[in-house]
Design a protein around this ligand. Structure first.
Ligand code: SAM
Length: 393
């Protein structure tokens, strides 16, 4: 499976599109807002006469969230400048995602986005330094490519943001690696009936996933360390876990239940079981300890803040009231349908090449039911890891 080709969210703005089903990720952006605001304030305070800022959002996808992060960032910079009585620097904003991302969707919404920025400026009596002759001091461009590698010129970025993206690996981890006559041979993971880490996955599968994440995250940090100026900042939010065990509910149950849905179809002869055995998601929910370990190993960034926060599977807060609603069966099943839609928008393009387009409706109907039944008896949640980093001088 070539991750670069199949890792993209459902395109356009139809019923199953990411644009229409990204409320969980939008809530994760809101959850990270405090860290973003704090990092930007510190950045502006330590760069008193800066006239231009390089900003990148990595894994921007397509849909309302792509510009939501940028809107928040612009807003905060403008407010900080207003507080400090300073002109707003020009903002060179780069939106990055893999080449298969639906960038056209974002381009089409740019005129409206620029209009909103201008209106906001007008409401502030034009005091924020917008250039009335041009598009304003926010210049947005797209940079297609993998963030597991260099994307930007050396020392061109002051602030890097990434939300709900870094849990995607650069490739599906490989199984046993051996050398024959100097040629490296890799084997598929032996992960029968599962599509991600599970309590029944062999130790070798656990090891392969952890090593793949560590190697990817190291490359990510090395690449950014070239691109970010000393004193520059990064705020990264990703799905992770709060415990060392990668098979707890918050770490992997969305995959566990999807494997159940696939297996139920295999048992009825609708899909082949061997295909489930062979499929493994290019995903990893890292613990804070693993993240810290790689950040220290790479050595260019200091951790300013690291928090792990739970959100429920619909992206809401983890409160008794929110889970009490699910103790009603119809509510739990309705929630299951909403959760299945948000997950479908993200992983359908990954599943289609293996299992076929024609079984997707059936698969996600079964999945919705399984998730609903599970939510009725449990209180499922994700763990969101939010890290704020500063580049050392
Ligand atoms: C769930 S979406 C999150 C999008 C957006 N940041 C949000 O919060 O809604 C994850 C995005 O990360 C992108 N992505 C995954 N791996 C990537 C990589 N190696 N390089 C660039 N983008 C990547 C995917 O294509 C996808 O658009």
């Amino acid at each position: 499976m070539v991750v670069m080709q199949i890792l993209h969210m459902n395109k356009g703005n139809g019923e199953t599109s990411y644009a229409k089903n990204s409320i969980v990720q939008s809530n994760i952006i809101s959850l990270g807002r405090r860290a973003v605001d704090e990092a930007l304030k510190k950045l502006m305070l330590s760069n008193s006469d800066i006239s231009s800022l390089g900003i990148a959002d990595l894994g921007c996808s397509s849909g309302p969230n792509s510009l939501l992060s940028i809107s928040n960032i612009v807003d905060t910079i403008q407010n900080v400048c207003l507080d400090l009585d300073r002109p707003v620097p020009e903002l060179k904003v780069s939106l990055n995602d893999l080449p298969s991302n639906d960038f056209n969707y974002i381009f089409a919404s740019l005129p409206e986005f620029y209009d909103r920025l201008k209106k906001r400026d007008d409401n502030n009596n034009d005091c924020l330094g917008f250039d009335r002759r041009g598009e304003g001091p926010c210049f947005i461009s797209a940079v297609p490519g993998s963030f597991y590698g260099r994307l930007f010129p050396r020392q061109s970025l002051h602030f890097v943001h990434s939300s709900s993206s870094l849990h995607w690996l650069s490739q599906v981890p490989c199984g046993e690696v051996s050398k024959e006559d100097g040629v490296i041979i890799t084997a598929d993971l032996d992960n029968k009936g599962k599509i991600y880490l599970s309590k029944t996955s062999p130790k070798s599968v656990h090891k392969a996933y952890a090593l793949q994440f560590q190697s990817d995250f190291l490359v990510f940090l090395r690449s950014r360390s070239e691109e970010v100026v000393p004193g520059g900042r990064m705020v990264l939010s990703l799905l992770g876990r709060s415990s060392l065990d990668p098979t707890t509910e918050e770490s992997c149950y969305q995959w566990e239940l999807l494997a159940q849905a696939l297996m139920s179809m295999a048992n009825e002869g609708i899909i082949e079981e061997e295909k489930i055995d062979a499929f493994n998601a290019p995903y990893y929910a890292a613990s804070s300890e693993e993240l810290k370990m790689v950040i220290e190993k790479e050595g260019s960034f200091l951790i300013d803040r690291l928090e792990v926060s739970p959100v429920n599977w619909e992206g809401g807060s983890v409160t008794e009231e929110n889970y009490d609603i699910l103790r009603s069966k119809p509510e739990a099943l309705a929630s299951g349908r909403r959760v299945a839609k948000t997950i479908r928008a993200v992983i359908e393009p990954m599943l289609e090449p293996t299992f076929g387009h024609n079984v997707m409706d059936e698969l996600f109907e079964r999945y919705a039911k399984i998730v609903g039944e599970y939510s009725y008896v449990s209180s499922p949640r994700y763990a969101i890891v939010n890290i704020s980093l500063v580049k050392m001088g």
